[in-house]
Design a protein around this ligand. Structure first.
Ligand code: NYM
Ligand code: MG
Length: 212
C-alpha cells in the first residue's frame, strides 16, 4: 500500500451535460501525467443489482419507486469496500454519477413519502467525494445536443425536475461548471479542480462519509 491515498472525484449533472466525456478525458489526462486513475460509473450495470437496475431503466421490468431507489443505493454499497481499498492504495477514482444522482432522480419523481430526507438515508456512510463537479447546462442547451435516448427518465419533464432537485441539493463546496463551453475549456477547469482534490488527498486529508 502506498503512503498517500487517491482522491474520489465525482461528476454530476442532468443527462447530456457532458459528464461521461469529461470523466473519460480526465482519466486519460491524469494517466498521462503519471497519476494512477480509474473511471468508475454508477449505476454499475455489471453486478447482480446492476442487471436489475439496467432492466428497470430499459423498462424491461418494473418495481416500486422505493425499491429501485434502494437498489441503486445497494449498487453503491456493494462496491464500497473495493472503492475504499483502491483509494487507500493511492488510486484516484473518477466517478460518473453517484449518490447525488440517486437522490436527485428519485426525489424528482415527487412520490409521496420519498422526499430528499428519505432518499438520502440509505446513502449515509458511503465515501464522500473529495470534489464534486456539477456540470450545469440549461434545458435548452441540453435539448440542442440531440434527442433523448430510450431509457426511463429521459423526458423533458423529468430532466427539468432533476435539474431543480440538483439545484436544491447544491452545497457550497461543490464546483459548479458551466457546461455550455468548448470541451477543451471545460477540460482545463476540470483538471485544475481534480488536481486540487488529489493534492488534498495526498497531503493526508481523510476520506469523508456521506452526508457530512
Ligand atoms: N440514476 C443513476 C438513478 O436514478 N439513480 C442513481 O443512483 C444513479 C446513479 O440512472 N438517467 C439514473 C440517472 C440516469 C440513469 O445513468 C442511468 P447513465 O449515466 O445515463 O447510465
Ligand atoms: Mg443516460
Amino acid at each position: 500500500m502506498s503512503a498517500s491515498r487517491g482522491a474520489l472525484v465525482l461528476f454530476e449533472g442532468a443527462d447530456r451535460c457532458g459528464k461521461s466525456t469529461q470523466a473519460r478525458r480526465l482519466v486519460k489526462t491524469l494517466e498521462q501525467r503519471g497519476v494512477r486513475a480509474e473511471l468508475w460509473r454508477y449505476p454499475d450495470r455489471t453486478t447482480k443489482t446492476g442487471e436489475m437496475i439496467d432492466a428497470y431503466l430499459r423498462s424491461e421490468s418494473d418495481t416500486a419507486d422505493a425499491a429501485i431507489h434502494l437498489l441503486f443505493a445497494a449498487n453503491r454499497w456493494e462496491k464500497k469496500a473495493l472503492m475504499e481499498r483502491k483509494l487507500a492504495d493511492g488510486v484516484t477514482l473518477v466517478c460518473d454519477r453517484y449518490s447525488y444522482s440517486g437522490c436527485a432522480f428519485t426525489a424528482a419523481k415527487g412520490v409521496e413519502g420519498l422526499d430528499l430526507t428519505w432518499c438520502k438515508a440509505p446513502e449515509v456512510g458511503l465515501p464522500r467525494p473529495d470534489a464534486l463537479m456539477y456540470l450545469e447546462l440549461s434545458l435548452e442547451d441540453a435539448a440542442r445536443r440531440g434527442g433523448f435516448g430510450e431509457e426511463r427518465y429521459e423526458t423533458t419533464e423529468m430532466q427539468r425536475a432533476v435539474k431543480e432537485m440538483f439545484e436544491s441539493m447544491r452545497e457550497p463546496w461543490w464546483d459548479v461548471i458551466d457546461a455550455n463551453r468548448d470541451e477543451e475549456v471545460i477540460e482545463r477547469e476540470v483538471l485544475e479542480i481534480a488536481l486540487g482534490a488529489i493534492e488534498r488527498a495526498k497531503s493526508g486529508e481523510p476520506l469523508g462519509t456521506l452526508w457530512d
